[in-house]
Unconditional design. Structure first.
Length: 615
């Protein structure tokens, strides 16, 4: 359900405006009406850029925290609590973090360069470049060469005074000592060596590594001690951003003496807001809502439907005045997920994992994760019961186990592949027809009863065809009663689809709707075959992993069961991951495409985001 919103205008004397905004922010119920694009303002762009920088560094600090937790699982480091932070302290901390990351990057590059030089010099061994310089001063050139060992020619030792220094991996490293200016004509590659000595490079590498460790240690200390302080700075920036945005949306009247602001308030909270403003003598007036208004959307659903709101938000929010389809598609989505996953063992696994996390990790989990776990519990329970239709439990047929309870259950709920196929199509027809009923109701609520008659005509026509097919004794196909129903539906479809327009125009639009219905309805229904196909394919793949686990395990007392368990766990882990992903995505498609389309869902609403103080 969508919360009813009321539109208000506030007119405040300019000297009292800051106090008024503080009062408004403390109440935290007014969604400010957007009159200008805030992102075009330079100071808003500056704040947005600062928050972007901050979010980037926060992600890096969170990663450091996770790495620290993995390194020391027994002594888990707990981040320090947040403290009150000023904008100057937050900016200084953010700058220091960026500086540390930049310095660590530079140190990493420097250490890589030194490591490369050490690798080059290590094959030549320790020598002093001063000795090379003294030989040059004495009139001799020392040249470093490398070549494949198979191409090394011992005659170079006499001709060019070649000396082999090292040989590694079929490569020969040697030098030549020749009088200054003597050309060295040999088939080998000249080696370019660093100017420093090997021992000096190793010492330099040690020093730079210590500097890098010190920088990483300082960054890790910030991650553990100041991460939440940085989060507090982010909230400070968010509050500053909201405050400046309200000023941008304010209209100045009477020579900047009066400040006019408009906003939206949930109808259930408007009385309390009015009483608070009246006590402080701030002028406010309730305005009439116009069709052009972009009214914010706030959901208010029961505990069950509320868990599926995150799925609605994956698509888009409804427009104000539309039906909130969340409580209507939630039961279907739950059933569709269970049919697509289709294995009672997998459902039990999801249910146990989600329940365990909620029971033992509730205090450590973010508040946003708890509804997700509750949703996983519901979907796991749905899969557990839907798996009883096929009798699949981790790829095995549990109705073959000879358990009396399961044998009795098989007689009542077991469905073979043909019946599962039919069930998928039946569920598709039910959801599509239900969506069309919602479409009619939505049009009646938004525009009036006459605007829903055309959709009602289609519902009557399709239901009459279904009844004539399933119950020919009650209503024979194309009998007198059926023809009367078809005639009534035809009038609604072809003459009342666009009230107030020319009848010829209505007939043309009716023909177009007929074409779309004839070509689209069959395809929509057939899309629900995936409910059967995914469950069947997942069960077959699970059975294959079971066969592999049994067939590939050696006939050894200890090793055999161990190999079987490894293959079983690895195979079903892969299968659960793939099937859970498919069981979520495909019902999502059926909801967003088939159901939303037949429900006449338009969407495009904006979320209710009140002006409030974020703590």
């Amino acid at each position: 359900m969508i919360v009813k919103m009321s539109k208000y205008a506030f007119l405040v004397y300019h000297k009292e405006y800051e106090a008024f905004l503080t009062q408004l922010r403390d109440m935290g119920v007014v969604h400010i009406k957007e009159t200008q694009t805030a992102a075009d303002q330079p100071h808003i762009q500056s704040l947005l850029a600062e928050r972007k920088r901050l979010q980037t560094q926060l992600r890096l600090l969170k990663k450091i925290q996770e790495d620290r937790a993995k390194e020391d699982r027994n002594k888990r480091a707990v981040p320090a609590p947040a403290r009150v932070v000023t904008a100057e302290e937050g900016a200084a901390l953010l700058n220091r973090i960026e500086q540390l990351n930049e310095q660590i990057g530079e140190q990493h590059t420097l250490c890589q360069s030194i490591r490369k030089d050490v690798a080059i010099l290590s094959v030549w061994g320790e020598f002093d470049h001063a000795n090379i310089s003294r030989l040059q001063q004495a009139g001799y050139d020392v040249t470093f060469f490398t070549c494949p060992s198979s191409r090394y020619d011992t005659t170079w030792e006499d001709a060019c005074h070649a000396f082999v220094i090292n040989e590694q991996q079929s490569v020969t490293f040697f030098i030549t000592v020749t009088p200054h200016g003597t050309p060295v004509e040999i088939d080998a590659e000249r080696a370019k060596l660093p100017d420093s000595n090997l021992s000096r490079l190793r010492e330099q590498f040690r020093i730079e590594e210590e500097r890098t460790d010190a920088l990483n240690g300082e960054l890790a200390a910030i991650a553990m001690n100041d991460c939440r302080t940085l989060e507090a700075y982010d909230i400070l920036l968010s509050n500053d951003l909201d405050w400046k945005n309200v000023h941008i949306q304010t209209v100045r009247e009477a020579g900047d003496k009066l400040m006019l602001l408009e906003g939206w308030v949930p109808a259930a909270q408007e009385k309390e807001m009015e009483q608070t403003l009246d006590r402080n003598r701030y002028f406010h007036r309730k305005l009439n809502v116009t069709p052009e208004d972009n009214i914010p959307i706030q959901f208010k659903n029961n505990r069950f439907a509320r868990l599926f709101e995150l799925i609605s938000k994956l698509y888009m929010l409804p427009r104000y005045g539309e039906l909130d389809l969340t409580p209507f598609f939630a039961p279907f989505f739950m059933i569709f997920f269970g049919l697509c996953l289709g294995d009672s063992g997998y459902g039990l696994f999801l249910l146990l994992v989600a329940s365990t996390l909620k029971l033992f990790m509730s205090s450590k989990l973010p508040p946003s994760i708890k509804p997700v776990l509750s949703l996983v519990q519901i979907l796991g329970a749905s899969t557990l019961f839907c798996g009883l239709l096929t009798g699949t439990f981790f790829g095995a047929n549990m109705y073959d186990w000879g358990i009396p309870v399961l044998d009795a259950l098989k007689e009542k709920v077991f469905l073979d592949n043909n019946r599962m196929f039919a069930l998928a199509l039946i569920l598709g027809v039910i959801q599509i027809m239900f969506g069309m009923c919602l479409n009619a109701a939505n049009r009646i609520i938004q525009f009036g009863f006459v605007y829903g008659l055309s959709t009602i005509g289609w519902i009557i026509l399709l239901l009459s065809i279904g009844m004539s097919y399933l119950l020919p004794s009650v209503m024979p196909m194309f009998g007198t009663a059926h023809l009367i129903v078809i005639a009534v539906a035809g009038v609604l479809i072809f003459l009342l689809n666009s009230p107030g327009k020319n009848p010829l125009m209505n007939i043309g639009l009716g023909l177009w709707d007929t074409y779309n219905m004839a070509t689209g309805l069959l395809g929509d229904v057939l899309s629900y075959v995936r409910l059967f196909a995914l469950g069947l394919s997942g069960g077959i793949l699970a059975g294959v992993f079971n066969s592999l686990a049994v067939g590939m395990s050696p006939d050894v007392i200890i090793l055999g069961p161990l190999v079987m368990i490894v293959i079983f766990v690895a195979g079903h882990t892969i299968n659960i991951f793939m099937n859970v992903l498919g069981a979520f995505v495909h019902p999502l498609r059926l909801t967003f495409v088939e159901f939303f389309k037949n429900s006449g869902y338009e969407g495009g609403g904006s979320a209710y985001n009140p002006f409030k103080w974020n703590k």
